[in-house]
Design a protein around this ligand. Sequence first.
Ligand SMILES: [Zn+2]
Length: 218
Amino acid sequence: MVGDPPYRVCIDAGHGGSDPGARGVVEEKEMTAQTSEALLALLEADPNYIPLRSRESYDVTAKPSQRAEAINAQSPQLLLSIHGNSAPEGSAAAGFECYPSVPGRTWHQESYYFAQQLAQGMQAAGAKLRGHGGIRYIYYQGEVKQLVESTHTEVRDKRSFTLLEDVNCPAVLAEQCFVTSEEDVAQFGSEEGCKTVARVYYEAICAYFGTQPLDTPL
Ligand SMILES: [Zn+2]
């Protein structure tokens, strides 16, 4: 199905540059950059992978459409876009969720399979999974974002995230944890936490492609 290694895997650190993303105990862009850096290092050390990035530096500001273009130009076989969730003050929202390319799209099944590897890995690392098994779909009705549980498999004509719609490979957008939750950040958004999650993401990538993860110390 996926051919022989090395596999080209693109990591998109969400936000960055003048776009901080969500703000909480940590800034989303800091968390996505740290996680991405640790994950790229793991992929770099593994000869089964050719790590790619969606933009040259974390200081670059790039819209999803620009990222998609840069990603496609590198012909990856898988894309992981790293994000952090946020909730209004006073909310106790916490946990992991991720969004594969939606039903009916070319890469839906592969994306969903990768999402399963990610969610199972995060659960094993102690994360609470949100929604149905930590996997949900996003659709846009104009500017309004609509969240749909992954039990709803019917094909809709609404668009999902631009990045997922515009890339030419299986793709998942992960909301690693809530940047607004002290507990979440301590586990999965702190400097140590980002390394923990990078290892989970790395092993999920290995599971997706069927390679043996290297026991690289971080
Ligand atoms: Zn984000």
